[in-house]
Design a protein around this ligand. Structure first.
Ligand SMILES: Cc1cn([C@H]2C[C@H](O)[C@@H](COP(=O)(O)OP(=O)(O)O)O2)c(=O)[nH]c1=O
Length: 383
């Protein structure tokens, strides 16, 4: 089969699709990954072939303008905020649609693989009349986001004589069943195999016995960017935490882009290293993670059995952070309460209560029993 993987415009949307893409390739299928131009190095760095769907862009920019080119305002309440994000995912399709369709018409895929909110995938599949597969890349994917995205695309769907996208051939979900209040009907579970980017060399301290507990601090690939105008405070909180966390008695590793790591200098004694380290490579050498609630980060830490302090910056991940907190595998510090003191208190709670690590390890063991991407390939072949 020829499978066109259609992804979004930042690492968080692309990297979680890599393990299934590779499983499809390893089973002998042809895979081509299409995403915005800035994702080229991420895709090719994962050893997969890449084709651009649009020039480089980022989600905050897409979110900032409506279809008519008017500046949008970001709501504060959760429900309108989720709808605002969903409409942004709808408008992302308008940037990608033409090139993605032209590519698909030339490459002639048998199947489209995409993640829940990358709606360019189902639009291309519906236009060409081919099946598509949806892989969830989150613990929870609020339905409101998707329905708002579909609503934003009403004119494009109407051109196809549709009011909604055709159902996917397969809907893959990665949330451990015991974390869900209710099973999601019509979904197939898959083990979340983390892929966190290219790794030139695993640092030697990962293999050494640690002398004191170790904490990893990361805010993902987007939140600490100085130009991320929609997330005020992300960078300053990261800077303050990198100074203060060693005071809790942890050895600290700061996982941020190498460029950002330079701007965090001078780091206090007790910070072992700072730079871009693929999380799954360093998790075996960490006891707790403090992060921004990013879905890839959350699922990576869960799959490695490491308890987490989640400061969920973006409304899209609030539900995931609540699930984590409710499962006792982490502590949620809601964004509006986020500050050095609240995060330090959450870390101390995890340090002093062994139930967090017990629950995190139990969930990792549960995730390890779910069908692997290779098992899912067999299901796709039979569907
Ligand atoms: C900055 C950084 C990111 N990552 C990875 C972890 C996740 O797979 C991914 C971040 O995705 P995610 O957690 O979804 O957050 P965001 O979209 O806000 O970036 O990047 C590392 O592994 N190491 C790092 O040093």
């Amino acid at each position: 089969m020829r499978i066109l993987v259609i992804a979004g415009c930042s690492e968080g949307f692309v990297m979680p699709l890599v393990p299934l893409s590779w499983a499809l390739r390893a089973a002998g299928h042809e895979v081509l990954v299409a995403a915005s131009e800035n994702m080229g190095p991420t895709v090719t760095g994962a050893g997969l072939p890449f084709a651009p769907t649009c020039p480089s862009l980022d989600m905050p920019e897409v979110l900032s303008w409506d279809r008519e080119g008017n500046r949008t305002t970001m709501p504060r309440e959760e429900k309108p905020l989720l709808e605002h994000i969903g409409r942004g995912y709808g408008r992302l399709v308008l940037r990608m649609r033409d090139e993605a369709l032209a590519l698909a018409e030339r490459w002639k895929p048998d199947l489209v693989l995409t993640e829940t909110y990358s709606l360019t995938g189902p639009l291309v599949a519906a236009t060409l009349g081919i099946p598509w597969i949806e892989q969830s890349i989150r613990l929870a994917s609020p339905e409101l986001i998707k329905s708002a995205g579909v609503g934003e695309l009403a004119p494009e769907l109407a051109e196809l004589g549709l009011t909604d996208f055709p159902d996917p051939l397969l809907s893959i979900d990665v949330c451990p069943p015991s974390m869900e209040a209710q099973p999601k009907p019509g979904t197939t579970k898959m083990r979340y195999v983390p892929y966190n980017g290219r790794n030139d060399q695993v640092p030697s301290w990962v293999f050494e016995e640690r002398k004191q507990p170790r904490l990893c601090l990361t805010f993902g690939t987007r939140v600490p960017l100085p130009n991320t105008n929609t997330i005020p405070g992300g960078l300053s909180l990261l800077q303050a935490l990198s100074q203060e966390l060693p005071k809790l008695g942890f050895e600290v590793v700061v996982a941020v882009s190498d460029k950002l790591a330079q701007t965090l200098q001078p780091l206090p004694e007790g910070v072992l290293a700072a730079g871009q380290f693929p999380l799954s490579a360093i998790m075996p050498a960490c006891d707790v993670v403090v992060h921004h609630g990013g879905h890839g980060t959350t699922l990576t830490c869960l799959s490695e059995g490491v308890p987490q302090v989640s400061v969920p910056v973006i409304a899209e991940v609030w539900d995931s952070a609540r699930l984590l907190h409710a499962a006792g595998a982490g502590v949620e510090v809601p964004w509006e309460q986020a500050g050095v003191e609240s995060v330090l208190a959450a870390c101390a709670r995890i340090r002093d209560d062994s139930s967090y690590v017990g629950n995190a390890r139990r969930l990792a063991a549960e995730m390890a029993t779910l069908p692997t991407p290779a098992d899912i390939v067999r299901l796709i072949e039979q569907a």
